[in-house]
Every structure is written in C-alpha cells, then in structure tokens.
Design a protein around this ligand. Sequence first.
Ligand code: FAD
Ligand code: MLT
Ligand code: ZN
Length: 475
Amino acid sequence: MTTSHSLLLGQLRQAVGAANVLTQGDLSAYEQDWRKRETGKSLAVVRPANTLEVAAIVKACVAAGVSIVPQGGNTGMVVGSTPDATGTQIVLSLLRMNSVRALDGGNLTVTVDAGCVLQNLQEVCEKAGFLFPLSLAAEGSCTIGGNLGTNAGGTQVVRYGNTRELCLGLEVVTAQGEIWDGLSGLRKDNTGYDLRHLMIGSEGTLGIITGATMKLYPLPVAQLTAMAAVPSLDAAVQLLGLAHQHLSAGLTGFEVMGKFALRLVTKHFPQQRVPFQDSDAPYCVVLENSDQESEAHARERFERLLEVAMAAGCVLDAVVAESITQARALWHIRESIPLAQAQEGLNIKHDISISVSRIPEFVRLTDAQLEQAYPGVRLVNYGHLGDGNLHYNVQAPAGADAEAFLRDDEKGVNTIVYDMVDQFKGSISAEHGVGSLKRDKLEHHKSPVALGMMRAIKQALDPQNTMNPGRVLRA
Ligand code: FAD
Ligand code: MLT
Ligand code: ZN
C-alpha cells in the first residue's frame, strides 16, 4: 500500500469511525456484482452515516487522487457499483444512511436518505396511508439512491413512470465534496438547467445522491391481478391496447413472459404453480388493475376487458386472482424469472426498448437471425411490454458450456441484437443503465453529438474523474 493510501485510510477512519472503513475479511458482497460477471478489489469499503460524512470522504479522496464507486444495494445489472481490480478505488456504501426523513401528506411527498431500501420506503408510506409506486423484484435490497442513480423502471412504469418521474428533489454531494441541497418538493421550478435530471440516471459518475424527495399517491381502494395466455406477441400488443382503452389510468402493470422463461421458473422453483403450463400459448401476460372506487367496480371492468379480448381472439385463456395471496403468487412468477435464469447459468442480458407496436416484428426478425447464427440457442424473452421494454435474453444451447458460450459468442450475439435495435430506432438500455458492461456498446449506438455533450458534462462536473470512472463513458 502506498503512503498516500495509508494516509487517506487514516483520514477516512477519522471521518466515519474505524469500524466503518472495511479493508479486511470477506468483502465480496461489495466487490462482486449481482450477476457474478466481475469481481473487483477495493482499497476500502467506506460506510458513512450522514451527508456531512459523505462530503468529508469525497474531499479526502479528491485530495489523495483516489476515485469513488458509489454503492447502494449492489443489485445493478450492468457492473456499475463494484470496484475495478486495481485495489485503488473506494467503495462508498450508502446502506447506513437509511432513514425516512419526513413525510408530507399535504404535499404528497416523502423525503428519504439515499441508502433507504426501497421495500422499507414502500412500507413506511403504506403505513401512513400512501402509495410509493416504484416496484421491482430487487426491492428487498436495492436502495432509493441506486434507483435514482440508474433511473430504475420496474413493473408500475406504465402508470407512474420511471424513478425520474417520481422524483421532485435531490440532495447531492458533488465531485468536489460540496453539498447541493435541492430537496425542494416543488412540482414547478423553471429556474434554469434541471440539475436533478442530470444526476438521475448518471450512475454515480457526476456526484453522490445522499437524499431525495419523492412523489406519493393515494393507496388504491382495490387492486386486481390477472394472468392471460395469448396466442402471439401481436396478440399481447393488441391486449395492451384494449387494456388502455378499458382501464385507462387503472392499468398499473402489463408484463409479458415467453414460454421458455416460464419453463425456467417451474424448473428451478417447482413449488410455484404456473398457470397454462400445458397450453400451447407462446406467451403469457400479467396485468394489474388498480381502482379508486371499489373491488366490485375493478372486477367488473377487468372481466369486461377479458371478455372483449377473448372475443377478439387475443386472449386464449385467463385467470383473475381471487385474493391478495393469489395476486402475489402471480406476480411472484413474473419476478422469479431473473432468479430462475441466474440459476440456469451465466447468460447474455439485453434490456432493450422499441416502440410497443413494433415489438412483435423485432422479435420475429431477431429470433430468426440468432437461431440461424447459433443453432439451439435458448431465448429467454420477458419484460415490461406496457413500456415497450423487453428483457430479450440469450442462454447457451442446452448442455453447452455457458462460460465458453459467453466468451466466444457474446460479442456476436450482441451485434445481431443491437444492430436490429438500431434498425428499429430503439435503445440498448431501457432501464438497467450502462455501467461498464455496455459502455463500449454505447460508443457505437449513441450519436457522436450526444456522446460529445455527455463528455462535456462529465468534464465540467467531475474534471478529476473521481466519480465512478470508466462507467457510462470511457475513463
Ligand atoms: P447499485 O447496484 O448499488 O448501484 C447501481 C448504480 O447506481 C451504480 O452505478 C452506482 O454507482 C450508482 N449508485 C448507487 N447509489 C448511488 C447514490 N446514492 N448516488 C449516486 N449513484 C449511486 N432494474 C430496473 O430498472 N427494473 C427492474 O424491474 C429491475 N428488476 C431487478 C430484479 C432483480 C432480481 C435484480 C437483482 C435487479 C433488478 N433491477 C431492475 C436492477 C437493479 O435492481 C436496479 O438497477 C436498482 O435501481 C439498483 O439499485 P441499487 O441500490 O442496488 O444500486
Ligand atoms: C426484471 O424486469 O425482471 C429485471 O429488470 C431484471 C432482469 O432483467 O433480469
Ligand atoms: Zn426489468
């Protein structure tokens, strides 16, 4: 260890207490990404308790020329929250900053520390009689700071928008260690550049989010969930159109799941009962209807929608949950897909968005190209169809060595998928972000003008390249 590194560790211990500067023992929870794609080595994992401590850490690191990787729950999908292998970066874990600071029912806002786990925030809001609608399968471990850092999507975007749309204000420690208090809670503020939106989705490369003011909604009076078997993706898109028409703002979830994705759930979690397993339907859809009137009203509208959809031939069969337990079980099937896929082995993930109406054509063309280039390849296709966002994932052929498949074929598979995304004017990252996994791809798929503006922003706000270097943009 260099003298300047030892000096820095001493300063960090002074700032946050020796017990919160971790340098020894098993640090894999902080140094390995969730998908186990990469394992890094940190100089230290530093765990501040408040914003002033974060500012002190940043100032000390800037002075020592040491870079910082902000980390929340470390559930990100694109290798963005773990250190590189050099042993010279600090992981700044926000997990100790986990308080809900204030809930303002009149303003329909909640102000929260960045390290607050999403599920804890949802529960606090619900107890107070409000809905915080952000919802994703990692909610038991991901943090609101990580959600903002990635502009996370999840399963309620069709009604409430991405994390960006739910955020009214931020508190940020800048790359110089200054504190910007932007926790306004205002719904209107046109005083120049919107710094909040610059920070959201910047994946820790421009500053550290330490607090946020988020929007709340009234709790729905009734919430119904259904699962429908559909004869094709075109039919699923047709069903989405009907659901918008019949449920309007009541439509709070619309997820699609391919047959093979569902098979992986039954294979790895045999205790789950997955409807329509014996049917020939190539896709199933989970729909959610939230209603402000009554359960009877919600059921009536939902049943009418399904009747119309069956008559139009876009639904083969459907089940409507009769209880909260049954509704949870249907959602659990959908949310288990990433875990089942991880158990099946290493895989290539694509988190793409395309205009909803063009998704069936995209899938037809891309499936055909991949099957021709990589015979036997297994396509795990599921995702947030209501938002035009597919997790169009690729698993090695059955029995093949997954590690070798990724080593030899990931590049070729990605080229086929992302070139097709370009042809459809889509995006190569709908909700997971760029991290280091997609950084080089971004160079090819984002316009040079846009990349130039992004580099100018990074240079202006973080000229020393302290904040998460090499993520989103090349260092
Ligand atoms: P981390 O993984 O710790 O960090 C993610 C990025 O944000 C990193 O670049 C990090 O440096 C940065 N960051 C973290 N905290 C801060 C901060 N305070 N200030 C600045 N930057 C910060 N994502 C979706 O969008 N939709 C889904 O439906 C979804 N489902 C998932 C399901 C599973 C089972 C899993 C494992 C992941 C899923 N994800 C999903 C991905 C992941 O959960 C989200 O990206 C989440 O927002 C990450 O939060 P985190 O606290 O774990 O952040
Ligand atoms: C999901 O929607 O389940 C997530 O974004 C995670 C994934 O893609 O695996
Ligand atoms: Zn997703």
